[in-house]
Structures are given as C-alpha cells and as structure tokens.
Design a protein around this ligand. Structure first.
Ligand code: ZN
Length: 335
C-alpha cells in the first residue's frame, strides 16, 4: 500500500511534447538513463506528488482539472507502479544510494554490449567546431553531390559491377574490414553529433555483439526529450544521410582514380557495403534507424481519445519511450 504522501524525484528531467492536439510528457531518469512517456493525466498526478499532498487531495485536484473522478484503487495502483519504476523518492536510504548505472558489460551471449567510453565531451567540442554541417548551405550542396553520384553510378553500372569482383579477395579482407569500420564510425558519430548539436547529451558509445555479429552503437536516447519532432527525426536520419554522403564521395573517387590503386579499392568497398547497409538500416521492421523513424512519424498521427466517463489510469505509465534509443548498425531486436 503506498504511503499517504509521496514525492516525485526532483532530479527527473521533463520534456513537454505536443503533436496533433495531444500533449504528452517524456521523463528522463538521469540516474538510470531510462525514459518514460506520460499522458497529460498521468503527469498531472505525478506533478501533485510533492511529499505533502494527501491522496484525497490528489483525487480532488484531478476531479477539478479533468472534470471526472479517479478511483482510489487506480490512483494507488499508479503510485505503486511509479515507485516500482524508481520515480518516487525512496524512504529506504539504501535504495536511495544504490548505483543504478549499468556496468561496462551488459547482456547475454546473444546480446553482449560493451561500453567503450563516454563521448559527451568529445561530441561537445566536435559539435562546436562542425556547426557548418547543420547549415542549409551544407545540406543543399551535399544533397546535390549525392544526386550527382547517383547519376554517375547509374551511368557506370556495368563498370562498377565488373570492379566489384575484385573487391572481396582474401588477401585484402582486412583492408576492407577497416574501411567498413571507419564508415560505421562516421555513421554513429553523426547520430551523436546531431543529438549534441540539438542540445542533448550522449554518454554511451560502444560495441555490441548481436547474435555473435559485431556491431557498433551510440545511445542517443536524449532525442526523446526534444519537443520538436524535426529534431528527433534529424538525429535518426543523420546516420543514414552521412553514410549516403560517404557513398557519394566514394563514387566520385572511384570515377577519377585508376582501377587497381588503393584509393580506387577503398572507394569500391565503401560503395559495396554502404548501399547494402543503408537498405537494412532503414527497414522499419528491424529495430535500427528505420524503426525509430517510423515511430516518430507514427506518434504524431496516433491520437489517444480521452475517456468519457471516469478516469482510468493504466497500471503502468505508457512506456513507448521507455526503451533507450540506441542507434546500431547490423542488428536485430535485442531480446
Ligand atoms: Zn544509425
């Protein structure tokens, strides 16, 4: 049974978001790095939890504000859930000081995650120096470059296909692997930099072993906090866009270098792998970039109707946003 006067933890970060006439609130727990999405009613109740208000008072305020009664049972269930999620001030001093952060290693054999380092300061200084990447002039000129490369690729299809046969040979495989690694780094850094550019923080970057396949990830969950959908989409799209740009540059390099040279070889590796990866990555059925893209677009369309009679709360806050928003490459759903 929850105690009479509960208190919402003060250090929670709250972002108010409106789309298609619906308001919701995204809460970030900085201690655990978890995110939660509350609807208006849920957040209104959470806001009342100042450590002094009794449950009776909370019920009265809900009735005043929403014009409908909220049952005591529902309210208590909701508070219990908030407590279980660690969103309320704990009366237990041990729980209060327990470290919530994950260790460097997490997961199981099929989903092993290794945190490499905290890139926040690095991204901070890079974002300051590379502000031009987010200017309209850069977007227009890079877009033109991608178009030009697409034309060149279309016009030289047979020649590229012929050169591909030379790419994947055993003695050059390490070279190919290194090239792919660099491109993936560019992709993940683009997500992180964009998140940082828009004011988020990025504290988690590292490697994943997904079903024994190596992958790279960058945790850009702070994008959930951006009230503007365009910024959330920007963070998601940055990875694929930067990779498309690298692909375009590779096409140009391939076009102007002699076949058989190292530069021409690197360009071909990039052309071969980036294209395939972008297709995988933007597939909304796999929990990669395309999935988050679709969830951001969908969220503005779905519109939950308020209850007509009496207010009912789900026993748990809608945790559509509760998962972390990890951008990964070469992945599937984590178990
Ligand atoms: Zn990505």
């Amino acid at each position: 049974m929850p105690q009479e006067s509960q208190k919402l933890r003060e250090e929670l970060v709250v972002s108010r978001q409106s789309s298609a006439g619906t308001t919701s609130f995204v809460l970030k727990d900085p201690a655990s790095g978890r995110f939660f999405r509350f609807r208006e009613l849920e957040y209104f109740i959470a806001e009342q939890l100042d450590g002094a208000a009794s449950l009776d008072l909370v019920q009265r305020r809900v009735q005043e504000r929403f014009g409908n009664p909220l049952s005591r049972e529902n309210l208590e269930q909701f508070l219990k859930r908030l407590g279980a999620l660690g969103l309320l001030e704990s009366h237990d001093p041990e729980a209060r000081h327990a470290p919530r952060r994950r260790g460097r290693f997490a997961g199981s054999l099929l989903y092993l995650q290794l945190k490499a380092f905290d890139p926040d300061r690095l991204f901070g200084s890079l974002a300051g120096r590379m502000r031009f990447l987010f200017s309209p002039a850069f977007l227009v000129s890079s877009g033109a470059l991608i178009l030009l490369a697409a034309f060149i690729a279309a016009a030289n299809g047979p020649a590229i296909a012929r050169d591909f046969s030379r790419v994947f040979q055993l003695h050059t495989l390490v070279f190919a692997w290194l090239t792919v690694f660099v491109v993936i780094t560019v992709h993940e850094f683009s997500h992180g930099l964009t998140c940082k550019h828009f004011g988020g923080s990025v504290h988690d970057l590292g490697f994943l072993l997904l079903y024994l396949q190596p992958a790279f990830y960058c945790n850009v969950s702070d994008a959930w906090l951006f009230p503007e959908r365009s910024k959330r989409l920007g963070v998601t799209l940055a990875g694929a866009y930067s990779e498309l740009l690298v692909w375009a540059l590779a096409i140009l390099v391939w076009r102007v270098t002699d076949p058989g040279t190292a530069l021409s070889y690197i360009a071909l590796v990039v052309v071969a792998t980036s294209g395939i990866r972008t297709l995988f990555n933007l597939n909304p059925l796999i929990k990669l970039d395309g999935y988050y893209l679709l969830s951001d677009v969908e969220r503005c369309r779905s519109n939950s109707q308020p209850e007509k009679k009496g207010l009912r709360l789900p026993a748990r806050p809608d945790s559509a946003a509760a998962g972390s928003r990890r951008s990964r490459i070469f992945g599937g759903d984590p178990p």
